[in-house]
Design a protein around this ligand. Structure first.
Ligand SMILES: Nc1ncnc2c1ncn2[C@@H]1O[C@H](COP(=O)(O)OP(=O)(O)OP(=O)(O)O)[C@@H](O)[C@H]1O
Ligand SMILES: [Mg+2]
Length: 452
């Protein structure tokens, strides 16, 4: 299981709570219950004092004089049953309920001793009170059932549980929100990084990030800076190398073409043809590398101008009509005005790649249509053919560099559509590949933002 910062924080906060909560609950329960218990015991003690006032020593004889009404009054309690017993100095019962005649330790005069006694299968709370009688000490025992006490105990338990539950749930909720809130800056960094394209090396901007994250952000930004510098050097190298290679390769292409036209021994012809073919291929590759480098560099440096896609289409018509005709392709143009902000040379290259692909891969006898128009506030440049098309599973792959389809024709390198995609990306345009009309062939559609 992968470790999660959020889980760890919650664990560290909640674990102590699991220990503290029962301790706090017990403490609260005890604090609520003990004053009530004490109060009930005091009442029992008061009852004992009241009973003691009816015990009189007369002529060396102990007498307990209490009217039936007074006894009824003293015993009256809504919930509990009250019992009393007056015991003489030598343990003889003077008055009261004999069931309280349990063996009890002696008490001093004026002393109260509270005990729980199980009598007739019932637990009673009893106070034993020492009262002076002549030279000796008599005992007043008062006991009562526990109905009141049990009720108060249950009440205290419910109050404690409810308050602890409310407190725990609130604390847990607050912790969750606090952890969520505390981790938000990390989420912000993640969101900023996730929204970026792979070559976006701008510094992260999180002005309100907490001070603990500032070193991390600063390290990331330094790394982006270094990567950006390295990537700039690499792109410049690619552009320079491609540029430098282009001239000798063009010369090689021309020379090999001339050599093929000059009289030469028949045995040399296949070698010269292979040489010319390789020179053409290398020249095209150098051009494509140059295009990729330009697309990468232009992303940051070129100022875009307003350009009508219709003009790009018209130029392509001039450039490609003859070649399409000689390849047996019916190349048509349906050009409507669609103004975008862009780089004319790159847009021309984008369209050339698409037309070239259709001529190359759709094959002899097919129909190719180039369209420019505005649809739903987007400027559309599309090339459609009725050739074999590209299988759905390959349509994303062909946009990657060096990917060629299984039935690809010609001596390509799998860079054309990647260049189309690069150029579209730096124009904030989107390339989609679908089947053409009647579910046949290929329709490559590039959707740009319109410019008024
Ligand atoms: N119009 C098309 N019809 C059928 N398949 C196509 C079409 N356009 C492209 N493809 C397929 O997509 C692949 C990638 O195209 P891409 O233009 O990137 O490379 P390429 O044409 O093979 O080589 P390069 O463009 O470098 O000369 C091709 O190899 C081909 O299989
Ligand atoms: Mg191509």
């Amino acid at each position: 299981m992968t470790s999660s910062l959020k889980r760890q924080l919650l664990l560290w906060l909640l674990l102590p709570m699991l220990i503290i909560t029962p301790v706090a609950a017990s403490l609260q329960y005890w604090l609520v219950l003990s004053p009530a218990k004490l109060e009930f015991d005091h009442q029992l003690g008061d009852f004992a004092i009241a009973i003691a006032s009816f015990l009189k020593a007369k002529d060396n004889r102990l007498r307990f004089e209490m009217t039936a009404e007074t006894e009824h009054l003293l015993r009256t309690d809504q919930l509990d049953k009250e019992f009393f017993l007056v015991v003489g100095p030598s343990g003889e019962i003077i008055a009261g309920d004999a069931l309280l005649d349990t063996p009890e330790k002696e008490v001093q005069a004026g002393e109260f001793r509270y005990v729980d006694r199980k009598i007739n299968k019932r637990v009673l709370r009893m106070v034993v009170y020492g009262v002076p009688c002549g030279q000796h000490v008599c005992q007043i025992r008062i006991a009562e059932t526990l109905v009141k006490r049990n009720k108060v105990q249950a009440q205290a338990l419910i109050t404690t549980l409810i308050s602890i539950l409310i407190l725990s749930l609130t604390t847990m909720g607050v912790m969750l929100v606090a952890v969520q809130h505390g981790l938000k800056p990390l989420q912000d960094i993640r969101n900023q990084l996730a929204q970026r394209s792979f070559d976006d090396m701008r510094a992260l901007e999180l002005p309100h990030a907490p001070s603990e994250l500032k070193p991390l952000i600063s390290t990331l930004n330094q790394m982006f800076k270094r990567l950006d510098e390295a990537s700039t050097v690499q792109k410049a190298f690619l552009a320079d190398a491609a540029h430098q290679l282009r001239t000798p390769l063009t010369a090689l292409q021309t020379e090999s073409e001339l050599a093929l036209l000059e009289p030469h021994p028949a045995s040399l012809h296949p070698t010269l043809e292979r040489l010319h073919h390789s020179a053409c291929r290398a020249g095209k590759l150098a051009n494509q590398f140059l295009m990729i480098a330009r697309a990468d560099n232009d992303q940051n440096s070129v100022k875009y101008s307003r350009i009508d896609l219709k003009e790009i289409g018209a130029r392509a018509a001039n450039e490609w009509s003859r070649r399409a005709f000689s390849s047996g392709i019916d190349l048509g143009f349906q050009l409507e005005s669609a103004v975008v902000k862009g780089q004319p040379v790159l847009l021309q290259e984008l369209l050339s790649n698409l037309i070239h692909n259709s001529i190359e891969h759709a094959g002899n006898g097919t129909r190719v249509t180039v369209r420019t128009h505005v649809l739903e506030r987007k400027a559309i440049l599309s090339v459609e053919d009725d050739g074999p098309g590209i299988e759905e599973g390959d349509r994303q792959k062909v946009l990657q560099r060096f990917f060629r389809g299984g039935h690809a024709k010609g001596f390509g390198s799998g860079l054309g559509l990647a260049i189309v995609n690069d150029i579209a990306r730096i124009h904030n345009a989107k390339v989609t590949l679908t089947t053409g009309n009647n579910d046949k062939g290929l329709l490559v559609c590039v959707a740009f933002d319109c410019t008024a």
